[in-house]
Write a protein that binds this ligand. Structure first.
Ligand code: ASP
Length: 338
């Protein structure tokens, strides 16, 4: 076979999730299958790529940690250094919007990293895992998917890691991208990209490797604001060991006026980032001027998260703090998402 027609080489890493879950003696379903089992169940994959299957974790995705994902990112980077053409990460859907974005921050390669999962277990009628695995491999092996960072592929839709979120607890169409929709689709065995995202203009945020499994990441609190909240939780955060906080404000990034002083006091002690609980559109920076508004909070030292959701802003802040960035550099990281 001439060298030009070689099948792309992909690395598939499974971390667990519904896609790997079969009936458990304890009731319900639990992770049992590994990447090799999943790949073997979809013979059509052999036409797409040569796949090396590894299974570093077998957990429900709510048990994954950012340290686990840093390990996965390091494994993918090592495989890319060895010449692999793309990577597939197979995991639970509950935290895909976070893990995919964390991989985006930590892998930083032109070659595609595609995260997939399934909403139905492999023993359920209409199981979507095999189709998602095939579609994910098609995207990971596709030259058109290069330069887009980490992608999430489910339900034949291709989403950018920085915009995707799980928007439904049950449907196979659970994944949405609020600001602009999916980048493309997998149709008739081909990745069709309708739009593209630019490269992330950020420093490399992969934590320095040592004993990566024991990696010690600074805790960042996530505080969602509800109507009438008086902010009594905020002064407790430094004493609990938090090194930063993300406030998920209402609307364009607002908190009750009675909370504004506590937010400002916290921002004097640690980086505080402001995101919006609306999940679509950016946090504002220069429109509203009342107590607790974005202008007020920014003047008190809070950093706007731009288009990042609070979940993604939290991961970004953890990695920026781990990198030891001073305040201006942390602000610069978030400015990249405005
Ligand atoms: N419901 C989840 C899933 O779709 C379970 C998990 O995230 O592990 O995979």
């Amino acid at each position: 076979m001439p060298e030009t027609s070689r099948r792309p080489h992909l690395l598939a890493l499974s971390l667990g999730g519904t896609i790997t879950m079969t009936a458990s003696a304890a009731g319900g379903i639990a992770p049992t299958l590994g990447a090799a089992d999943l790949v073997a169940a979809v013979p059509a994959l052999a036409e797409i790529a040569e796949i090396e299957a590894r299974s570093p974790f077998r957990v429900g995705s709510s048990s994954l940690t950012l340290a686990n994902i840093a390990e996965v990112a390091a494994e993918i980077r090592a495989a890319f250094a060895d010449g692999v053409d793309g990577a597939l990460v197979i995991q639970g859907t509950d935290t895909i919007e976070e893990t995919a974005f964390a991989l985006d921050l930590m892998v930083r390669d032109d070659r595609p990293v595609v995260v997939i999962g399934a909403m139905r277990g492999p023993q359920q009628p209409g199981a979507d895992g095999p189709a998602n695995l095939l579609a994910g491999a098609i995207v990971a092996a596709s030259p058109e998917a290069r330069g887009l960072g980490t992608l999430v592929v489910l339900n034949d839709e291709i989403h950018a890691a920085r915009y995707v979120r799980k928007g439904h607890s049950a449907l196979t169409s659970a994944f949405v991208s609020d600001n602009g929709g999916p980048l493309g689709l997998v149709v008739e065995g081909r990745a069709r990209l309708f739009s593209r995202v630019g490269p992330l203009d950020l420093p490399d945020l992969l934590p320095a490797r040592g004993a990566t499994a024991d990696i010690d990441l600074p805790p960042v609190a996530l505080v969602k604001i509800g109507m009438g909240d008086d902010g009594r939780l905020l002064p407790a955060l430094p004493g609990l060991g938090y090194r930063g906080a993300v406030i998920e404000g209402a609307g364009a990034g607002h908190v009750p006026g009675v909370m504004a002083e506590a937010v400002g006091a916290l921002a004097g002690e640690m980086p505080v980032v402001l995101a919006s609980r609306t999940l679509g559109g950016p946090v504002f920076e220069c429109t509203y001027g009342y107590p607790g508004s974005e202008i007020d909070l920014i003047a008190r030292g809070v950093l706007p998260a731009g288009l990042l959701s609070a979940l993604k802003a939290r991961l970004t802040l953890v990695l920026a703090l781990k990198a030891g960035f001073p305040r201006e550099a942390v602000a610069g990281v978030f400015a990249a998402f405005r």
